[in-house]
Design a protein around this ligand. Sequence first.
Ligand SMILES: [Zn+2]
Length: 229
Amino acid sequence: MDPNPYHKPAGHYKPEKAPEMPKHPGNRFRLMFGLPLLPEPENTMNKRISKIEYAMRIAEAAACRSEDPFYQVGAAAMSEDGRIIATGYNGLPPGVQASPSWWNDKEKRKPYVLHAETNLCSMFKRGEVQAVCVTLMPCPDCMRVLAAHGVKEVYFRKHHEASHDSVGLAQFWGIKMQWLDGGNQELEPPNPHRNLNDPDCFGSVLKLSPSARAENCCDDCPSLERCRK
Ligand SMILES: [Zn+2]
């Protein structure tokens, strides 16, 4: 344990300015008795998050409003000067209600539910938005809607294998697409080896060298056996 920095022998400590009072409540007691101090709580007030992280956290809050019991997805739109001008989440169109039992049928509900990005785009005009943050990777249909509205950057938190075709669409249209939780892993278009007749075959998600890709693209694929037949 570090010695108590506040506790100095009498006569040797003449600070020009009194030391700051410890924030940890236990440390105030320890200070009085000259005991070693506990680690101070981190000062999060001075940690300023980026504009994109700010938009993403708002999208995460919007997701909590979704009544869909299977997926809660939220989205936030940011103008060129960094203002959040719209939020959205997945659900039925405004004013349409459904009973809780209706929501329980996962397949039946699908065609009726508007995705968060579609709801989001109903709130601004083309060209008003620079970046959109979505909690889940946008599906290809939503990428089309975002492109039609002139969105230039798309950030998402969680990857979704079934939506990976969106990467190819974004690249073709010149839309920047970034996976915030993907670390340094770069997104690349769907694997050319992908078996398009097999809905379970998604190919590789992460960027690999061409040779590594040729060898490893199917390693994690659940339909490996069927694919190589
Ligand atoms: Zn979608």
